[in-house]
Write a protein that binds this ligand. Sequence first.
Ligand code: 13P
Length: 287
Amino acid sequence: MLVSAKEMLTKAKAGKYAVGQFNINNMEWAKAILLTAQEMNSPVILGVSEGAGKYMCGYKTIVGMVNGMLEELNITVPVALHLDHGSYEACYKCIDAGFSSVMFDGSHYPIDENVAKTKELVKVCAEKGLSLEAEVGAIGGEEDGVVGTGECADPDECKMVADLGVTMLAAGIGNIHGKYPENWAGLSFETLDAIQQQTGDMPLVLHGGTGIPSDMIQKAISLGVAKINVNTECQLSFAAATRQYVEAGKDLQGKGFDPRKLLAPGFEAIKATVKEKMELFGSVNKA
Ligand code: 13P
């Protein structure tokens, strides 16, 4: 059964480790992540962006697929199914469809409107037993070829949003989605430290987990990060393994064109990436 992310993140924050959110794109992604979590005895969060939601034929399809996997694959570790960077409307759709967690990304609204909408969703999620992630300070990334440097959130605004009763808080600390540019300045631990001092026990979320060096990940966890989002890295490892298979001409040998064979190296590559991240984040054997 899907669970809210609240308990796993409260434990992670107290135990100084982080739970990985791995974004899913299809059956192979969901299966690879769930099986790895079970093998590692680790809690896990499956992330679904609005775009991936559309691609996978809507939120209800995803809930059906993931619930089916939990049962058929005998997954017993805690699993949350979470909307990633959701609009106000998408949050309601996911709540109705049976997600166990949602992120309301109100970072592009003026702070007062972000607060008002977040407040409303805190109430709805509490009634239904879902966890809710809020965001303060936009997280940069590539948009139309322009790479943003990643803003830093205002610790006072973080406190204001944390006090609304959200379950976990994403705050920009110089992190960005996708690959980091060569001249990236790194995470701002000064900002993270100030945010944690203001928000206390609130589990903090680090987006843009792809490509952040291990020592920065560990330092971020020591300063209160309890959830780390990884998306691009699984896509890169899937693509590299698939490329290798095709370039070696394996799809042309025997029944190598069978999707169950063609997609197998990519599937294993996702598993390896997820395992590596769970080890780095410290969530192994924390189920
Ligand atoms: P990356 O794609 O950089 O790993 O970021 C994932 C993320 O933060 C999803 O919200």
